[in-house]
Design a protein around this ligand. Structure first.
Ligand code: GLC
Length: 803
């Protein structure tokens, strides 16, 4: 590949040869873009100028790109901007991106090869393993480096050794080795053996595959069915930096309403309003917290989207209001498939407005989903997104502000104009305007969920929308959060949920979760109890089951399981101040609520491989039991600091050194939790449901390490616009010799403080005196402090007390 020519054009450097073009720019500091267009001459482009390339992933409000400089150095072009350097060899096309300058910078990504012909004679080995490839990029995969993310995947957190397909798929049931699933995010964070990270994002919604050092242990290869590879290299040095840069590029998830983080119940098969009432009563009479009921397809009239069956749900508006009075939000499901029935207004409007996906021959494409026959709105076009958004008026007027978008891969069980498809979806050559389905399939759900968020924002500006989606592409986090689809009520799926949710978090989707106790198949009492414990830290917590499965509301298996589930649900409610603070942090940092250990311990190889535990924020480690009949488990505590046992937030045990394994005793009601030295976590009392995210009773659990500790709390009304009054509080404990000074600093315009606040402090060897607390008590290494209203400072002296 020879690239004889180059030109600097504004903030872009264009380089081209006889056939190939590459555009290099720096959209953000620390992010370098290479738009690789091999064989561009053979395409429809005005060679060597490339037409603008729209993206479903990038945030629309991007900042202006960084300035770039270019110079020649022998065969190499040296392109610099935003703190990065790209060296491009004009004789071979090989390129590398360095963090810093050409002499001292760390090599982030290095490509020996990018090409366009099919099959590729230059590297027959790769050509064999990819289906449908048209373009290909091979990056060095240095020995020992780990590959995180890639969207929704089975398998461990590190995807090295896997071959992944990007093709959103409704696969039922999926297994622990099924690929692909519903969400495609072609973004990975690469972590080297020293724990240094960088990111690679290939912004192509086209059907793609990635071979992650499987076929060739030294290569990460992307192959696309499209004509280009739009590559972003993101600097680290920590995984958290990569994630932040990815969100700077593709957007941050908006803050969820507090109620969406409370406990939720769902079932495919709740058929009437009275059944829903009975479920709520079942929760309330057993002292089980409940904040939301998800309402599945049974509420619709003949599966016609944007309708409500009048017999089974005679007054939906009254029901929504009645439920809200009990602290329960209804979240209806919405599917994209529109029943093809003349006279049904949604279908008539879709036809008249030319909003539907068409076949390659130009007819409206007709398939089958729940409605049969069904047609598909083309969410890849802005005018269709706007039309679908306007449809949300119906639900907004009912008082609804949460929605569950399903089947949006899109799923299609069969086609009326038969065609071969990959999975139960639309054929590659179906038409979206002038684009083939194979180009935009993965992004279909983004437009649907964008419409939902825009719709609720327009029609209920006083509420905060909560949008759930099954499918998505990069950038989906701006519109919706993801649940992991149709899992199974098995112990293997319980364990799988951790790396799946963790992997979604590492793909920029901070609030993903799995259906509690399993969707398909009959669950058991023990599996339910353990699943609820695992889900104490899921970003949201929804019990959901498939039609025809055994009942799985928390009380269905009696004792001792009900008690264990109640304990877990109360623990969830207690942790909401912390979870909500983490959710808020995600809107600024892109760090997920539930964090794989590698996020904060990238240089610790045991932490990197630990898929059975997770962190809630940096300071709280959750090590749930994931096996049948087990009441003990091995726990890894990452290196670098000490960890205190705080099981169920109530049972305080010994302090362990980091970098060690310990055995946790966890009978059925116990969730092993560990607090990291240097951290404080806010929590509250359990309640039947959430109200405002301002906590009348607030507790802190703090572990004073050698450098003291720090904790955070975010508070607001819990709903409503994100710019409504809020407050961010930090409590900071600083040690100086024998004394520990704890200060509270608050920023924000939210008025009023907690009515009752307490602090539980671990890490003091002894206590001589305490100043500034209303009362205190020190026993067994734990100092309990009652804090006066609006406190700002507390001083503690270590040493033997005279008391
Ligand atoms: C799909 C969804 C599932 C839902 C069912 C019926 O399988 O993934 O959650 O219950 O459809 O709507």
């Amino acid at each position: 590949m020879r690239l004889d020519h180059f030109a600097a054009e504004g903030s872009t450097v264009r380089v081209w040869g006889d056939t190939d073009v590459v555009l290099i720019s720096v959209p953000l500091p620390g992010v370098l873009r290479l738009r690789l267009a091999p064989e561009a001459r053979a395409g429809t482009y005005t060679f060597p100028k490339l037409p603008p390339k729209p993206s479903f992933a990038l945030r629309p409000d991007a900042a202006a790109p960084e300035a770039v400089q270019v110079r020649e150095a022998g065969a190499e072009l040296v392109i610099q901007g935003g703190g990065l350097t790209c060296l491009l060899n004009r004789e071979t096309g090989a390129w590398m991106v360095l963090d810093g300058d050409p002499q001292t910078g760390r090599v982030l990504a290095q490509a020996a090869l990018w090409s366009g012909e099919v099959p590729n004679a230059r590297d027959a080995l790769d050509a064999e393993v990819f289906d449908l490839q048209r373009t290909r990029l091979t990056l060095d995969a240095p020995h020992g480096s780990a590959y995180l993310g890639f969207g929704e995947r089975v398998g461990p957190i590190d995807k090295r050794g896997m071959h992944l397909t990007f093709w959103n798929t409704d696969c039922f049931p999926h297994h622990t080795d099924t690929d692909p699933l519903y969400v495609s995010v072609p973004f990975t964070t690469v972590v080297d053996t020293a724990g240094l990270a960088h990111g690679v994002f290939v912004d192509e919604p086209w059907r793609m595959e990635a071979d992650v050092a499987r076929r060739r242990p030294d290569a990460l290869t992307f192959a696309s069915a499209g004509p280009e590879l739009d590559v972003y290299v993101l600097a680290g040095p920590r995984p958290a930096d990569v994630l932040r840069r990815y969100a700077d590029l593709t957007g941050y998830a908006p803050l969820p309403p507090l109620w969406a983080l409370g406990a939720a119940q769902s079932r495919w098969g709740y058929k009437t309003a009275d059944e829903l009432r009975a479920i709520v009563a079942g929760y309330r009479e057993r002292d089980l917290p409940l904040d939301a009921l998800y309402v599945d397809i049974d509420y619709m009239d003949a599966y016609k989207v944007w309708t409500v069956d009048r017999h089974r749900f005679p007054d939906m508006k009254a029901l929504v209001g009645e439920m809200l009075e009990q602290g329960v939000h209804l979240v209806p499901i919405v599917d994209p498939g529109v029943k093809a029935e003349p006279g049904y207004d949604v279908y008539d409007e879709a036809l008249a407005g030319d909003h539907l996906v068409r076949t390659a021959r130009g007819d409206v494409l007709v398939g089958e989903v729940w409605p049969d026959p069904a047609v598909f709105p083309d969410f890849t076009r802005p005018e269709v997104v706007a039309w679908w958004g306007s449809r949300h008026k119906l639900f907004a007027e009912l008082g609804i502000s949460g929605q569950w978008n399903d089947m949006n891969e899109p799923a299609c069980f069969s086609l009326k104009q038969p065609r071969v498809t990959e999975g139960k979806t639309l054929p590659y050559d179906a038409r979206h305007g002038n684009r083939p389905h194979i180009e935009v399939h993965n992004a279909y759900a983004n437009g649907m969920s964008e419409a939902s968020r825009a719709g609720y924002t327009q029609f209920s500006p006083h509420l905060r929308p909560w949008i759930l989606t099954r499918a998505g592409y990069a950038g989906i986090q701006r519109h919706a959060t993801v649940w992991t689809g149709d899992n199974t009520a098995t112990w293997s799926h319980l364990a799988l949920s951790l790396p799946m949710i963790g992997g979604l978090g590492l793909s920029g989707i901070p609030y993903a979760a799995a259906d509690v106790a399993g969707f398909a198949g009959d669950t058991t009492g023990e599996l339910m109890a353990r699943w609820y414990q695992v889900a104490v830290g899921y970003p949201f917590l929804r019990n959901h089951a498939a039609s025809g499965t055994a009942d799985q509301e928390p009380w269905r298996f009696g004792e001792p399981f009900l008690n264990a589930i109640r304990t877990a649900l109360h623990l969830r409610m207690q942790l909401l101040p912390h979870l909500y603070t983490l959710a808020h942090e995600a809107t600024r940092s892109a760090l997920p609520v539930m964090r794989p250990l590698v996020l904060h311990h990238a240089a610790d190889p045991d932490a990197l491989r630990e898929d059975t535990q997770y962190l809630l924020g940096e300071g709280l480690l959750v090590a749930p039991v994931l096996r049948a009949a087990h009441t003990r488990r091995l726990v890894y505590l990452p290196a670098g600091s000490e960890w205190a046992e705080v099981f169920n937030l109530a049972e305080f045990g010994p302090v362990h050194a980091g970098g060690t394994y310990t055995v946790a005793d966890a009978p059925l009601t116990v969730l092993p939790l560990y607090l990291k030295a240097g951290h404080a976590v806010p929590y509250t009392d359990a309640a039947p449901h959430t109200t405002a995210a301002q906590w009348p009773r607030l507790s802190w659990l703090a572990f004073a390490g050698a450098d003291g500790f720090v904790g955070q709390l975010y508070e607001d009304a819990g709903s409503g616009p994100a710019d409504a009054p809020s407050r961010l509080t930090r409590i900071v404990g600083e040690r100086e010799g024998q004394s520990l000074t704890i200060r509270r600093e608050s920023r924000g315009d939210l008025q009023g403080f907690e009515q009752r606040e307490t602090l539980h402090l671990i890490g003091l060897k002894s206590v001589q005196s305490v100043q500034g607390a209303a009362s205190h008590n020190y026993a067994d290494g734990l100092l309990r402090l009652s804090l006066p209203a609006a406190w700002t400072e507390i001083r503690i002296e270590e040493g033997e007390s005279g008391e």
